[in-house]
Design a protein around this ligand. Structure first.
Ligand SMILES: Cc1ncc(COP(=O)(O)O)c(C=O)c1O
Length: 409
């Protein structure tokens, strides 16, 4: 066999030959690339999924950090168990029980953000070509994680009440499905929430067909109005892997998330994590545990809900004012995002270049969230990262850019 790299004064490699087949499916996230453009100071960006940095509880982090290092410094800086810091596992198991999920510490695994949980699930459940059912649109980071395991996607459309569960049955009958991936609360990107009725039906269908559910719930705590709805993990206990994270309630830079799964599944995911990174930082887990045990998380989440509600309202109000007829959007009851549908034929990827160049406003084109293509007349807006005045200004610019584009056609 010919060498894939040659040296004649310098190395030249045939990368296509060099890399594993699965690397072909790995693509750079549109959002991560976009974030670079939107860092220009005069651009108002609704593109990232960033929490409000001015609300990060820096003082509380400092206090917790100092407390942990003063009293538990040696264990905080030592290697730790893969499963996670035991008091935090216990705290999370109790928290999940309050939501009706029968979790005990052996069901819980601390992860390096929920993103790592998605990757570990791929590692453990997906052979090349394995089928996942997901809503369309769906979370881009999940597609990124599972493309690396050469997954196939069967998609089910969403409406204002989330995934259209009644359309699942056909796929479940005809496909050999590894799991159904669901974003129950304040969907990223669509902003929708799956109704209780649909959760019950989904749990029934999954049980009937012996299929796992991956319930990805980073935003559930950020409900601004309405009642909490029972997690799917409380309905379909034996076959659900529930994921959540401290990224949206405390700070994404901590890179701390958790999953809850049946004990055997958690044990397998622990083995996968051992190969990935041995364990999540004990220092980070102990700091977050300190913050949680003091009861501060609850207080802080209330503050976030108030701030994000105000920002969502500012965005919705400005859209009513500035967006042209023929556009429609979701009205999320929580979370960080809303979803806009533009007239048929509109190409939001193309439009993004003009919106940034001419009106200095950015968003994520919706097609990025469709694993099998489509959605070119949609876009995602984030409302958590800008103050209400900036939101109003940005939406006025975006409305003007849309009108200009429609007039050009
Ligand atoms: C639906 C969803 N899942 C998972 C993640 C990953 O979050 P984390 O920061 O915990 O890795 C995100 C982040 O935006 C998300 O929106």
């Amino acid at each position: 066999m010919e060498n894939v790299c040659r040296y004649d004064g310098q190395y030249t490699c045939d990368w296509d030959q060099m890399l594993a087949q699965r690397a072909e499916g790995m693509k750079s996230s549109v959002i991560r690339e976009l974030l670079k453009v939107t860092l220009q100071p005069d651009v108002i960006s609704f593109a990232g999924g960033l929490p409000a940095p001015e609300l990060f509880p820096i003082r509380e982090f400092k206090e917790a950090c100092s407390h942990v290092l003063t009293y538990h410094g040696e264990s905080a800086l030592q290697y730790g168990p893969t499963e996670g810091y035991p008091p935090l596992r216990e705290f999370l198991a109790e928290t999940m029980q309050r939501y009706g999920v029968p979790a005990e510490p052996p069901n819980v695994l601390l992860t390096n953000g929920s993103q790592q949980a998605l990757d570990l699930i791929g590692k453990v459940f997906l052979d090349p070509g394995a089928t996942i059912i997901t809503g369309s649109p769906t979370y881009l980071g999940a597609i990124q994680a599972w493309n690396g395991y050469q997954a196939r996607y069967v998609t089910v459309p969403l409406d204002d009440e989330g995934m259209q569960v009644d359309r699942l049955e056909d796929a479940l009958k005809h496909e050999d499905v590894r799991f159904i991936y669901v974003l129950p609360n304040f969907h990223n990107p669509a902003g929708t929430t799956l109704t209780r009725e649909r959760r019950v039906r989904l749990a029934e269908l999954a049980a009937e067909h012996g299929v796992f559910i991956v319930e990805d719930d980073p935003y559930g705590e950020l409900r601004f109005e309405g009642e909490d709805i029972i997690p799917i993990a409380a309905l379909h206990k034996e076959n659900t892997i529930y994921l959540s994270t401290f990224s949206k309630t405390l700070a994404p830079g901590m890179r701390l998330g958790w999953l809850v799964a049946p004990e055997q599944v958690t044990a397998k995911l622990v083995q996968a994590k051992q190969g990935a990174d041995l364990h999540t930082s004990p220092l980070v887990q102990m700091i977050v545990n300190d913050i949680c045990q003091r009861g501060f998380l609850k207080v802080h989440v209330r503050r976030l809900r108030d701030a994000y509600r105000e920002r969502r309202d500012a965005m919705l109000e400005a859209m009513e004012h500035h967006f042209p007829e023929g556009t429609s959007w979701t009205r999320p009851e929580g979370g960080l995002f809303l979803w806009v549908r533009l007239p048929e034929g509109f190409d939001s990827s193309d439009f993004l270049q003009r919106a940034v160049a001419e009106e200095k406003v950015a968003f994520v084109p919706g097609s990025a969230f469709y694993p099998n293509g489509g959605g070119s007349n949609t876009l995602r807006l984030n409302f958590s990262n800008a103050q209400p005045d900036k939101i109003r200004e940005g939406i006025a610019r975006l409305g003007s850019a849309i009108k200009k584009d429609l007039a050009r056609r």
